[in-house]
Design a protein around this ligand. Structure first.
Ligand code: AMP
Length: 436
């Protein structure tokens, strides 16, 4: 099957061809005809499956057949949990719509609102937004959501994890009753099911990648090593195998900074990306990483969630995540849309329990290696891990979900501050002046 068979118009086919896509991915094959028909959609699909083009292409086709938006009106609204995902969806929309006369814009917190207000003023065919900033702009009268024809909730599970449910409910009340709804979620908790039940009308159901199955195209390996030797082993592996575009995960922002600095000192260009970095620093790091000038990007889970980096060859877990599901999300950064990838995890004696949990979740034993010169001390004693620092009270063997250091948790709260539910942000900044 080709994109032409899916009934897309010539302008979209041309843009798709320029992206180098020859065949639609499974989710695209199912989602594109369903969205074109105008019905609702409930899709279980993770990042890396081609889901963005799956909803964007038919959305653009439908919008191109309709009228123009009035002042401050929005015709299609895409809500995303994070700034990075919003920016990526925006990039996709811009790429696929380049031969169509449609206006789109991306808005999120953490940056000045005025350019966003200016962009919305004449009306937009597509607005891609994080919920908090959108509510703020709506409350200030800068955006009219009463004419939305299609609503997309992207990574809905993450939005709920990040505490956006009240913002989403408020936004839903601002939309017209009759509209198309598309809901994408990697997982289906009761909460998501509830949201879907209230939102969707006889939706087409699509499930492309089952939850917690790791991509077949990712080659996964474990390196056993002492905790103090991890940094040197990582530098050694990167140099020895000449890895480029390596995405390295650490548990904490502080750990990410420290590791990036140390790699840099060893002549391996590296930068850290996490919620404490300014938006411009994050954008700079990401674009240097994408264009290949930055060899290593060190990231915390939330910063990496939804990053769209084409055919990322290497993912390294410098530390295993406390929550086994996050391992699946992390390695989902590589081996995307059919390309091959490699995921390497550096595991010290403290993390054997976490490793067992991951292997149980993905239902397979991962191959274990020991790199000559980095043999672990067989007498090393495990130490408890808490939020990535040793010496804490929590045991890694029974660290519960709330022990996570990312997302809806304690340690990396800056991202949440910027994209935080509007109500909470207002409480923090009662004196904020309105922007005209
Ligand atoms: P997504 O799941 O939307 O984040 O997309 C994952 C990656 O796959 C993105 O880098 C897309 O550019 C790429 N992609 C999307 N559709 C296709 C396709 N039909 N063929 C090849 N790559 C694709």
């Amino acid at each position: 099957m080709s994109f032409t068979d899916l009934g897309l118009r010539a302008e979209l086919l041309r843009a798709v061809e320029e992206q180098g896509y020859s065949t639609p991915t499974p989710i695209q094959r199912q989602a594109i005809p369903a969205v074109l028909k105008g019905g609702d959609l409930l899709a279980s699909a993770q990042t890396g499956t081609g889901k963005t083009a799956g909803f964007t292409l038919p959305l653009l086709q439908r919008l191109s057949a309709g009228g123009r938006p009035g002042a401050r009106q929005i015709r299609a609204l895409v809500l995303t949990p994070t700034r990075e995902l919003a920016a990526q969806v925006g990039d996709n929309v811009a790429a696929y719509s380049r031969y169509l006369k449609l206006r789109s814009h991306v808005i999120f917190g953490g940056v000045g609102a005025q350019p966003q207000i200016d962009a919305i003023r004449p009306g937009l065919d597509i607005l891609i937004a994080t919920p908090g900033r959108l509510l703020d702009l709506h409350q200030q009268g800068h955006v009219d959501l009463s004419r939305v024809e299609t609503l997309v909730l992207d990574e809905a599970d993450r939005m709920l994890d990040m505490g956006f449910i009240h913002d989403i409910k408020k936004l839903l009340r601002l939309l017209p009753a009759s509209r198309q709804n598309l809901l994408f979620s990697a997982t289906f908790s009761d909460e998501i099911q509830q949201l879907a039940n209230g939102l969707l009308d006889r939706p087409t159901m699509i499930e492309v990648a089952r939850r917690n199955t790791t991509a077949e195209t990712v080659d996964q390996a474990i390196y056993r090593v002492d905790r103090e030797k991890k940094r040197d082993l990582l530098a050694h592996l990167i140099k020895q195998h000449q890895w480029y575009q390596v995405l390295v995960f650490t548990r904490t922002k502080h750990g990410a900074n420290r590791l990036a600095e140390q790699l840099d000192k060893q002549a391996i260009p590296a930068m850290a990306i996490h919620g404490n970095k300014s938006q411009s620093a994050r954008t700079r790091a990401l674009s240097a990483f994408k264009d290949g000038s930055l060899q290593v990007l060190v990231a915390t889970d939330i910063a990496a969630r939804g990053l769209d980096i084409n055919e990322l060859p290497h993912v390294v877990n410098f530390e295993l995540p406390n929550v086994a599901e996050d391992y699946v999300h992390r390695i989902g950064r590589t081996g995307r849309a059919g390309s091959e990838g490699q995921a390497v995890s550096l595991v010290c004696v403290d993390e054997h329990g976490l490793l067992r949990n991951i292997e149980k979740l993905i239902k397979r034993d991962l191959p274990k290696h020991i790199e000559p010169g980095f043999e672990p001390d067989p007498n090393a004693k495990p130490e408890p891990i808490e939020n990535g620092r040793r010496g804490g009270r929590q045991s890694p063997r029974n660290t519960p979900r709330q022990g996570k250091t990312e997302g809806g948790n304690r340690n990396d709260n800056q991202q949440r501050r910027d994209d935080k539910p509007a109500q909470q942000r207002r409480r923090r900044r009662p004196q904020r002046s309105r922007q005209a």
